[in-house]
Each structure stands twice: as structure tokens, then as C-alpha cells.
Ligand binder design. Structure first.
Ligand SMILES: [Zn+2]
Length: 91
């Protein structure tokens, strides 16, 4: 198995484990309604504390509960500096 191949079984197990803790969002600190459908911006997602794009590990230690929209905001912030450097976001 290639190292680039993600282990979905492990991923599902980690997700279930985080869900079972009923943890609050690690980004904004507010409670998550775990019954919301995945289409809802306030629904539960697994966030990588150190993003995979920044060489964060795909392990339970690097995963935490987050809202879908908090996760998107965090991701946008990570991408923004790259866009700024390229000059396409200059005001
Ligand atoms: Zn949040």
C-alpha cells in the first residue's frame, strides 16, 4: 500500500471516536450539534490541528472536532498568505 493511500477504515474510526466525545469546536470553542446534516455549515467535521498540507499527521492526535464553517475559515486563512505572495490579492 502506498503511503499516499489514505486509510479510510482508520479515518472512520477516528471520526466516530471524536464524535463520541461530543467535544466542542476546537477553533471557536462553541458546542457542536452532532445531529445536524453534513450540508449544514454548523455541522461536525474532523479538523486536522496541523493541516495535512502543512505535513500534519493523519492520526487521532492531530484531529479535533470543528464546525464545517470554522474549518472552511481556517483553511481560507492558510491559503490566503500564498495568494498574497502571488500578488493577486493586493488592494
Ligand atoms: Zn466552531
Amino acid at each position: 500500500m502506498s503511503s499516499h493511500h489514505r486509510n479510510t477504515k482508520q479515518r472512520d474510526a477516528d471520526r466516530a471516536r471524536i464524535r463520541n466525545t461530543a467535544a466542542a469546536c476546537h477553533i471557536c470553542g462553541q458546542a457542536i450539534d452532532y445531529t445536524l446534516p453534513h450540508t449544514n455549515p454548523r455541522s461536525f467535521v474532523v479538523d486536522h490541528v496541523i493541516p495535512l498540507a502543512k505535513d500534519g499527521p493523519d492520526t487521532i492526535d492531530n484531529k479535533a472536532a470543528a464546525h464545517r464553517d470554522c474549518n472552511s475559515t481556517k483553511r481560507a486563512r492558510l491559503i490566503a498568505p500564498i495568494v498574497c505572495r502571488s500578488g493577486s490579492l493586493q488592494r
